[in-house]
Design a protein around this ligand. Structure first.
Ligand code: DON
Length: 327
C-alpha cells in the first residue's frame, strides 16, 4: 500500500512542479523577447508640451505583468518612477463609478468615445450632448469635479484609492506637477468651456489643480501592473484579496478603455491587439486581459496620438504570444 502511494506521489510531484516552472519561464521569456525586439526602436519622441516630460531618458523601457493569481513578472526598467499622466483617468473614473454610480457618470460626464485627440476643444463644441469621455482631458477634469469632498478630503480620497490599487504609497512627482501647473492653459480653457456648458461640477481652479496632481503621481511599471490587476480580476485585487470595485463597474470601465483608451487610435488598437488599455503621455500604457493578467509597459517616446511606441509594440507582441485578444 505504502509503496503504491509513494509511486503515485513520485509520479505526480515532478509533473506539477515542472508545469509551474515552465509557465513561469514562458512568461519571463516572452517579456524578455518583447524587450529585446523593441529596445532598438527609436521611433517617436518624448512629450514636450509639459517641459518636465522632455527631460526623461527616452531609452527607458520596462515591462511588468501580473496574473490574476497574483504572480508578478517583470523585465527591464521596472523600478524607474515616471508620471502616471492620463493612465490616472482610469482610476479616477473607477472611483467616480463606485462613489457616484454608473448612471450618474454616463449622464453627467458621458461615455461615448470622441475619436479626437485627448486635449480636443472642438470635440466639446461639435458634440451637442456635450458627452465628454472620462478618458480624455475634458471628461477627466469633469469626473474629478464630480467627486465628493473639498480640496483636502477629495485629494485624500483619490490618493488613498490609488494607493489601495498599487498596494503602496505613491508619491506626487513635484517637478512634473510644477511643470504642468505652469503650462496648463489649454486644460484651463477646456474646464472653463465645460463650466459654460454646465458640464463641470465645482470650482474650476481647484479641480484643475487636483487633476494636475493626479497626473503627476509617480509610478513604476511594476506599480502600474499591480494597480491594473484588479481590473483583470472582476474588481478583486489578486495581491491583497480586497474587493475594490463591483464587477459591474469593472465592466463599465473596461468598455470605456476599449473604446477610448488610446484616443483617436483606439479603434486601430482594438482591431490589432484586442485588449482594453490606457496610455499616458509619461510613456506608460496599461492593458487588461480579463480573467488572465494585467500588463504595464513604460517607454517615453510617443506617437502622434500621445501613445508610447514601444509600449504598444510590446503589449501587442505579449498579448499575441499569450493568446489574450478578448475578441
Ligand atoms: O492633461 C494633460 O494633458 C496630461 N496631464 C495628461 C495627458 C495624457 O497623458 C494623454 N495621454 N496619452
Amino acid at each position: 500500500m505504502f509503496s503504491r502511494w509513494l509511486l503515485i506521489i513520485t509520479l505526480l510531484v515532478p509533473v506539477s512542479a515542472c508545469a509551474q516552472t515552465s509557465k513561469d519561464v514562458d512568461i519571463n521569456a516572452i517579456l524578455a523577447s518583447a524587450h529585446s525586439l523593441y529596445k532598438m526602436d527609436k521611433t517617436g519622441a518624448n512629450a514636450d508640451y509639459i517641459p518636465a516630460l522632455a527631460e526623461v531618458d527616452s531609452e527607458l523601457f520596462g515591462i511588468a505583468l501580473v496574473t490574476t493569481d497574483g504572480k508578478v513578472y517583470s523585465y527591464g526598467d521596472v523600478e524607474q518612477r515616471f508620471s502616471i499622466q492620463s493612465i490616472s483617468k482610469v482610476f479616477t473614473l473607477a472611483l467616480a463609478l463606485e462613489q457616484q454610480g454608473a448612471d450618474t457618470v454616463a449622464e453627467k460626464v458621458g461615455v461615448n468615445a470622441s475619436g479626437m485627440p485627448f486635449n480636443s476643444i472642438i470635440a466639446i463644441e461639435l458634440n451637442q450632448a456635450r458627452s465628454i469621455n472620462p478618458l480624455v482631458n475634458a471628461g477627466a477634469m469633469a469626473t474629478m469635479s464630480l467627486l465628493d469632498g473639498n480640496e483636502t478630503t477629495k485629494w485624500q480620497r483619490v490618493a488613498s484609492w490609488y494607493n489601495e490599487f498599487a498596494n503602496a504609497k505613491l508619491p506626487v512627482l513635484d517637478a512634473v506637477y510644477q511643470s504642468e501647473t505652469e503650462t496648463n492653459d489649454r486644460n484651463l480653457a477646456i474646464a472653463q468651456l465645460l463650466k459654460a456648458h454646465q458640464r463641470f461640477y465645482g470650482d474650476v481652479a481647484m479641480n484643475l489643480d487636483l487633476y494636475t496632481r493626479q497626473c503627476s503621481i509617480g509610478v513604476t511599471a511594476k506599480d502600474l501592473a499591480i494597480m491594473t490587476a484588479p481590473l483583470a480580476n472582476n474588481g478583486k485585487h489578486p495581491i491583497t484579496n480586497k474587493q475594490l470595485m463591483s464587477e459591474d463597474n469593472v465592466e463599465h470601465l473596461l468598455a470605456v478603455m476599449s473604446t477610448a483608451g488610446l484616443y483617436e487610435t483606439s479603434g486601430d488598437w482594438a482591431y490589432k491587439v484586442g485588449l482594453p488599455a490606457k496610455s499616458g503621455v509619461g510613456g506608460g500604457i496599461i492593458a487588461v486581459a480579463p480573467g488572465q493578467f494585467s500588463i504595464a509597459v513604460f517607454s517615453p517616446r510617443l506617437d502622434s496620438a500621445g501613445n508610447s511606441v514601444r509600449a504598444q509594440k510590446a503589449i501587442d507582441y505579449i498579448a499575441e504570444k499569450l493568446g489574450a485578444n478578448v475578441f
